[in-house]
Design a binder for this molecule. Structure first.
Ligand code: ADP
Ligand code: ZN
Ligand code: ZN
Length: 842
């Protein structure tokens, strides 16, 4: 047999399979999805096997053999390899780029496996009977029960199938040594007392001077689960010394244990039972359950207002899916993947939940991934890339907050997790559930079109159909949506108020402080970095290599470029006019924090923005503190808007609603509406009623007015009118091509060539070049024009926008055009980067 291998060189010239022979020692081990080392242009390169074909199908007899097999069990399954092919076609990226995106980064090197004979298998011998006659088993026994897998593989070339089966069954345990896996760390762990009743009596009898130690002991009695000392100290905001005090009193135990790398281990998730569903939840659940039982691949859009109980529906649907021995993937925006969120899933499904997000170390990610691949996890909760979780039988893929733009990856492969999920679900006959209080227009139109609902009377052919809309318009327990007050900041100024707080927001904050309730303050700003400006002449510091302002870093007193990393000393006087009035403007949130301290002396504020959340675990730390009511105000950017659920939050203030409204992006209104609706949903989710104060300079804008009334449908009607008129998605689709090069003249001429080649190809394919507004197919090539950031890292940037509707093969046309412009080396003379369905147009 011959292996077809995609080598890991992401260039157009190498973006095709190369054939290699499979040496005898590897036969049976090399499969579709295996990672191998192959000789290529005088080197050994890493690659993936994407097909295995009989020798006869290949003409050349002078095949080179595969040099090495990098892991003994293939990291990818055939269905993932197929998915990668689709991603490569659809998003115009090299196949290797798509394949690499699917495996954890810890797996990039060579992994060395050791197999051990499972102890219980030795004892019971039940599982060993099946392999008792295998010569390799004797060999493992002779070697003391432990042997390198590579060695077994070499000595017993014909035994691949039975060894692999033994690993699958657990008769053999495979351990993979990846560098940081080997370092076993010991940690101090706190355990509950051995005799709880005795301890309880002793605690009750203790004097009030030991109040802190009592708190520790009570915590452990209540939670029961062992917890690392450091984690407990953090959870209770105490020193480890205080906790040791409780040990001295005999109320708890502290022991050294080997640290598990499960980042959520020892956290003591309290088990939760399914709630009895409300009428609205039940109706949705029934529909999902039926579709699950039918094993049909369908897409549902769960449009539920904030607090309608979407998560409980997810949980029960997952339970149904697990009963059928199928697995579930839950995607959550990175920023919303808080411990609170994880707890809801771990609380219901315990250790069968694997968690995947970018704040884990690469070793942790790898462990979670293996848990999935080895069948120890049935549910994964994770950010975007968890859509590639290597489950074998997927029944359900849930995408919470499906409208979030973070589901689109901004670097290659520039895939959208929602579209990948739909495709993957089709492979597995699984359901996709898209959940949101403010669905993206794309999803909403797709769902309404199929229902024949009047979102858009004559939905254009480009609008994807076939999603089913499941509405949940009411909050659980009939709790009202919070009242939203719009404050016109122009009136405030006219009335002589120059502060960033309106009188109403000021009073509302004061009231919360008096009542001991909490507030969330949102500063809606995208460019929340600090910059330098001269007050005398208006000079701003620019990067010498990029057309972008430099950012001021307080710690290092340096100016840095976010794009290329250029750094320089912050000037003392203006380099342009030598004035001393050069000022560093703090981040918006910093300034709000200062203002709060001035207006409300003693106020306790937690500020969450890019500056305060860079450290690992800081995001969680702030939220835990806020949840423990150690602060009155949680102040932040977008990150405070998502998914938080705190019972004492009764006020949400939005400092400036419209800073995102006028961005030159066709989704600006949609993003603003979504953000305001999400943040308003943080208030009054429990017994205490909530109130929202939104400050704006555009109180009559439909995005703001609709959010005031929690009125998604009138927002959508208005927004769809604009989109149709301007022919923007969902009435067409977009592909953004960015060209860059050091030489401006070459860049412009190549840009012109690309546009005209594309136009010629489209004409030859018989596709109309402009939109008649009748919903028929067309392809329109706009540009080239200078990019919004016209120079980056000393390279000029131009862009072409391809707008199209219907099945016009836009990606194919683009690929053809690029290859026509390419030289003999397979590359075009300027760099071309392709973004299909771009989410950020800026
Ligand atoms: P959403 O995700 O739709 O904003 P959540 O899932 O966070 O809403 O639910 C809001 C609140 O209602 C949560 O505190 C949740 O525990 C509670 N809840 C959900 N379903 C039920 C139910 N059937 N009975 C009682 N409480 C529920
Ligand atoms: Zn100046
Ligand atoms: Zn720069």
């Amino acid at each position: 047999m011959i292996a077809r291998v995609i080598v890991d060189v992401p260039s157009r010239a190498t973006d095709r399979p190369f054939d290699y022979g499979i040496p005898d020692a590897m036969s049976g081990w090399v499969e579709v999805g295996s990672r191998v080392g192959v000789p290529f242009a005088g080197r050994v390169l890493q690659g993936f096997v994407i097909a295995i074909v009989p020798f006869a199908e290949v003409d050349s007899k002078k095949l080179k053999p595969i040099a090495e097999l990098l892991d003994h069990l293939p990291p990818l399954s055939p269905d993932l390899v197929e998915l990668a092919q689709w991603i490569s076609d659809k998003y115009c990226c090299a196949l290797t780029t798509a394949l690499q995106a699917m495996i954890p980064s810890a797996l990039k090197g060579k992994a060395d496996s050791v197999v051990t004979l499972a102890e219980e298998a030795e004892a019971s011998d039940g599982r060993l009977i099946e392999v008792a006659d295998e010569p390799w088993l004797h060999y493992v026994r002779q070697s003391g029960g432990e042997v390198r897998l590579a060695l077994l593989q070499e000595r017993f070339p014909g035994a691949a199938a039975s060894i692999k089966a033994a690993i699958q069954r657990g008769t053999l345990e495979e351990r993979v040594s990846i560098r940081d896996r080997l370092a076993v760390r010991k940690v101090l762990t706190v355990f509950p007392p051995e005799n709880p009743a005795e301890a309880e009596a002793s605690i009750a009898a203790a004097s009030s001077r030991a109040a802190k130690q009592q708190e520790v002991a009570r915590y452990m009695l209540e939670h029961r689960e062992p917890i690392p000392l450091a984690a407990l100290a953090q959870a209770l905001s105490m020193t480890t010394g205080t906790i040791r005090g409780a040990e001295e009193k005999g109320w708890i135990l502290i022991r050294e244990t080997v640290q598990q790398r499960d980042p959520y281990a020892g956290r003591g998730f309290r088990r939760t039972e399914p709630l009895s569903l409300t009428e609205g939840q039940q109706a949705v659940y029934d529909e999902l359950a039926e579709a699950l039982d039918n094993e049909s691949s369908r897409v549902f859009l769960l449009h539920g207002v904030t607090g309608s109980g979407k998560t409980e529906v997810y949980l029960q649907a997952i339970e149904r899916c697990l009963k059928d021995e199928r697995q579930a993937i839950v995607l959550v925006p990175e920023i919303a993947l808080t411990p609170q969120m994880v707890e809801r899933f771990k609380g219901r499904f315990g250790d069968s939940v694997a968690v995947m997000h970018s704040r884990l170390s690469s070793g942790e990610r790898y462990d979670e991934w293996r848990k999935i691949r080895e069948g120890r996890a049935q549910v994964t909760v994770g950010a975007r890339s968890a859509v590639f979780a290597p489950f074998k039988r997927i029944g359900l893929i849930i995408i919470d907050e499906e409208h979030e733009s973070s589901y689109k990856q901004e670097e290659s492969p520039k895939y959208h997790a929602r579209d990948v999920a739909v495709w993957r679900a089709r492979q597995h006959n699984a359901l996709v559930v898209l959940g949101s209080a403010t669905p993206s227009l794309e999803s909403f139109v797709a769902a309404s079109a199929s229902r024949g609902q009047e979102a858009d009377g004559n939905a254009s052919p480009s609008v994807k159909r076939g999603a089913t809309l499941l509405p949940m318009p009411d909050r659980v327990g009939g709790r009202p949506l919070p009242k939203v007050h719009l404050i016109d900041m122009r009136d405030e100024l006219k009335g002589g108020n120059r502060s960033m707080f309106s009188r109403q927001l000021h009073e509302a904050l004061l009231l919360r402080l008096e009542r001991g309730e909490q507030s969330v303050l949102l500063l809606n700003r995208r460019g929340y970095s600090t910059f330098v400006m001269c007050r005398s002449c208006g000079y701003t510091a620019q990067c010498p290599h990029c057309d972008i302002s430099l950012t001021y870093h307080q710690k290092s007193k340096a100016l840095r470029c976010h794009y290329c990393g250029h750094a320089e000393q912050a000037p003392e006087v203006c380099p342009s006019c030598e004035s001393e009035h050069i000022r560093f403007f703090g981040t918006g949130t910093q300034r709000v924090e200062e203002e709060l301290a001035k207006l409300f002396p003693g106020i306790r504020v937690i500020r969450m923005d890019v500056d305060t959340t860079t450290e690992k675990g800081s995001h969680e730390k702030w939220l835990t503190q806020f949840g423990n009511r150690e602060a009155d105000v949680l102040l932040g950017t977008q990150m405070v808007a998502k998914g938080l659920d705190f019972p004492y939050v009764t006020l949400v203030g939005v400092i400036a609603a419209d800073t995102s409204l006028h961005l030159p992006d066709f989704r600006a209104a949609e993003k603003t509406f979504q953000l305001l609706t999400q943040v308003a949903g943080r208030a009054g989710r429990h017994e205490l009623p909530g109130e929202v104060v939104v400050q704006t300079y555009n109180p009559e804008h439909y995005a703001i007015v609709s959010s005031q009334h929690h009125d998604y449908s009138s927002f959508v009607q208005e927004e769809l009118k604009h989109r149709r008129f301007m022919a923007y998605p969902p009435f067409c689709r977009l592909i953004l091509v960015t060209l860059s090069h050091e030489q401006l003249a070459l860049l412009i001429s190549e840009g012109e060539k690309l546009a005209s080649t594309l136009r010629d190809l489209a004409r030859a394919a018989g596709v109309k070049s402009s939109d008649d507004g009748d919903g028929s197919r067309f392809i329109d090539i706009l540009g080239p024009v200078a990019s919004p950031i016209p120079r980056m890292k000393d390279r000029y940037r131009f862009q072409c926008m391809i707008k199209y509707r219907g099945n016009v093969g836009a990606s194919d046309l683009l690929k053809q055009a690029i290859s026509l412009l390419s030289g003999t080396n397979g590359q075009p003379p300027v760099t071309m980067s392709v973004d299909v369905d771009p989410q950020v147009i800026l």
